[in-house]
Design a protein around this ligand. Structure first.
Ligand SMILES: Cc1c2[nH]c(c1CCC(=O)O)Cc1[nH]c(c(CCC(=O)O)c1C)Cc1[nH]c(c(CCC(=O)O)c1C)Cc1[nH]c(c(C)c1CCC(=O)O)C2
Length: 357
């Protein structure tokens, strides 16, 4: 399909500057899951369309992506989609059940892995590219547009468990009982993810984030075998493929939620930015990574948004002081919750932008 790469000039590049280690005029801020259920206008939209209908229709995905930008002075947009569109494109049924979350009625078995192939999978995800292209033009250079993907281990978890899980013990069982099949599955997912991110960048994503939301269920030994090598391949191979296609590199963000046990190793994977979850002290991670050229993103506890404004101000400003203004992108330490007060998001954005750096 034809891609309109004649993009409008970017007016707010705070996030890209912070990712490159330059000092922006104000600290950049965006919110994980900002285009979601805490917005009444999104809930209205969801009454009319089902979740994947919105994802698959570029006009709908674009409209929802822009919703939080119409309310708040955020420094980035993130394309409306889900990490589970990859298992779906691999032929695995995914339903988004209201009040439950994602359900995969036919989880993958070890025997079925050899039948999976990455061939032609990304073609099925071109609707995400179209949504990105439309949204980047609609943004008219206001802020950069994030593309994103789930990480191999997190996607594998959903594919094996058939949905979310408290322990991910079924998926972890594979690591001990079926390591060959586990690696084969992670390999197929990695191949798809690399091409998927390159496609998103080709269609106009200006920065991309890899969500490894389930890193917290592994430990250093397991993540060294089943997480890190694949994440490294993603950063290396995306850049190689961009070069082959004569496309400019974009900053890459890794958010390994609960991956506190291997932050130093994460900093060596070739990502410009590391997402830091809400359990980690800013000074701890700054000290740990002091000799690494890496930007940090995070990490306000999403539940802090329920605090009275006077307390919230203290939590935000303390976090900004503790991270320091260099190589820092302000965000929550995990996605915003559906019942988060909308005014608290506005308060977060304004408090960050009023902070003297
Ligand atoms: C683990 C994960 C998923 N999806 C995602 C992750 C990684 C981030 C994280 O750890 O929070 C990522 C995601 N999901 C969604 C986005 C859109 C862009 C954004 O605003 O950030 C993004 C970046 C939309 C969504 N994805 C989902 C919704 C709500 C679905 C609905 O409207 O019914 C939205 C707006 C559903 C979803 N999708 C998923 C779950 C567990 C759920 C149900 C619980 C929840 O809502 O958080 C899988």
């Amino acid at each position: 399909m034809s891609i309109n790469r004649d993009f409008p000039l970017l007016k707010n590049d705070r996030i890209l500057k912070a990712a490159r280690g330059e000092i922006p005029d104000k600290l950049p801020v965006w919110v994980m899951r900002q285009a979601g259920r805490y917005l009444p206008e999104f809930q209205e939209y969801r009454k009319k369309y089902n979740f994947f209908e919105i994802c698959q229709n570029p006009e709908h995905a674009c409209a929802v992506t822009l919703m939080p930008l119409e309310r708040f002075e955020l420094d980035a947009a993130i394309i409306f989609s889900d990490i589970l569109v990859i298992p779906q494109a691999l032929g695995i049924e995914v339903e988004m059940v209201a009040g439950v979350g994602p359900v995969l009625p036919h989880p993958i078995t070890p025997e079925a892995v050899s039948k999976l192939s990455s061939n032609h999978v990304v073609e099925k995800l071109e609707y995400v590219g179209k949504a990105i292209n439309l949204t980047r033009h609609k943004l008219n250079g206001r802020v950069p547009l994030f593309g994103f993907t789930g990480a191999p281990w997190t996607l594998m978890g959903y594919m094996i468990e058939g949905g979310g899980s408290k322990t991910y013990s079924k998926a972890k069982k594979w690591l001990y009982a079926y390591p060959e099949e586990a690696h084969a599955l992670l390999n197929v997912l990695t191949e798809v993810i690399v091409d998927y991110l390159v496609m998103q960048i080709e269609f106009g994503a200006q920065i991309v984030q890899v969500f490894d939301s389930n890193a917290e269920y592994l430990n250093k030994k397991l993540y060294s075998i089943y997480g890190l090598p694949y994440l490294k391949r993603i950063s290396v191979e995306v850049r190689e493929k961009l070069k082959l296609k004569n496309l400019e590199e974009v900053p890459m963000v890794l958010f390994a939620k609960g991956g506190w046990y291997c932050l130093e190793e994460q900093a060596e994977l070739g990502y410009e930015v590391l997402g830091i979850d809400w359990t980690i002290e800013p000074q701890f991670v700054r000290k740990l990574l002091h000799n690494k050229k890496i930007t940090l993103q995070g990490n306000l506890d999403p539940t802090a948004l329920y605090a009275p404004k006077s307390d919230l101000k203290v939590y935000i400003e303390r976090m900004l002081e503790e991270f320091g203004s260099e190589r820092y992108i302000v965000n929550l330490g995990h996605g915003i919750y559906p019942d988060a007060p909308v005014e608290s998001v506005e308060f977060l954005v304004d408090t960050v932008h009023n902070f003297q750096i």
